[in-house]
Write a protein that binds this ligand. Sequence first.
Ligand SMILES: Cc1cc2nc3c(=O)[nH]c(=O)nc-3n(C[C@H](O)[C@H](O)[C@H](O)COP(=O)(O)OP(=O)(O)OC[C@H]3O[C@@H](n4cnc5c(N)ncnc54)[C@H](O)[C@@H]3O)c2cc1C
Ligand code: FES
Length: 280
Amino acid sequence: MNTIFHQTNKILINELAGEKIWRVRLASPEIAAAVKPGQFCMLRVPGTRAPLLGRPLAIFRAENQAVDVVYAVVGKGTEQLAALVAGQDLEIWGPLGNGFPLAEDPAEWPTRPLLVAGGIGQTPMFLLARAFLNQPTTEKVTLLWGSRDRAHLACLADFEALAREFPGKLEIMNATDDGSFAYHGFVTDLEKAKLESGQFKPENACVYSCGPKPMLKIVADLAHKAGLKCWVSLETPMACGMGICFTCVTKCKDETAPEGWDYCRTCVEGPVFDAEKLIW
Ligand SMILES: Cc1cc2nc3c(=O)[nH]c(=O)nc-3n(C[C@H](O)[C@H](O)[C@H](O)COP(=O)(O)OP(=O)(O)OC[C@H]3O[C@@H](n4cnc5c(N)ncnc54)[C@H](O)[C@@H]3O)c2cc1C
Ligand code: FES
């Protein structure tokens, strides 16, 4: 099991990054050094009893001894978070969860990774894209990212800067439901076209995805049809984030279980799962 750090640290930045989407930067040398792509943290406003529980959020960036989290304001916890300003304290524990599986030897990593994000699902993709881009064996990383409109493509500039840092190595393709930016339609249309292009083969490619569950199901079905391995990161609501309370369970295939499936805890056995192992 990873070491989990539980800290109350100073907010360095908490700023609007899109339509009701914020970026908070928190000093945390320990979590910044330890986090792996696809892992998450729990954030909690100290001293508050409502909500009492922390909120699970992916770690978007980790550098200069700080972590960035990008969050959509959807309810009480994220509303409280958005009201905080630089200099105030925030409770954080992490890194949590398994993260995207990457072999110990980078020579075994897929050379043509296909990243598919929907909505706020870009948040675990920055660290993943950077990890691949840092490997000389990576031919190219393709990020397909869909959102309801341009205003919800929060922190696109971070990905564009990453693409400039690695010229010709990071391809970013966006889709918007309303056509306000890039392709007019669903990100899964882009995935289908990419997979039909013949650039992604089982021997060199793998699909990594995060977004709403109905989208993940389509992403996984398309990958399956193309014969590609597919890893999906679930955003199941959580309470403890550390494997204790079982609020975050999802059904996983298990041949040893009497009914052929068992519950997995998204916070420890996930949030990243082999799409073939999930009962959708
Ligand atoms: C591993 C993981 C990583 C995540 N990473 C991010 C991230 O990087 N950025 C981000 O914006 N969000 C992320 N989420 C989702 C985030 O945790 C929730 O949006 C957040 O907990 C909502 O808290 P709240 O108090 O504002 O809303 P609440 O008051 O708890 O809920 C408001 C509304 O949102 C619904 N809701 C709450 N949580 C979820 C959820 N997980 N999925 C679908 N509906 C939900 C509730 O049913 C309710 O209708 C992640 C979730 C997980 C499990
Ligand atoms: S959130 Fe408590 S077990 Fe997963």
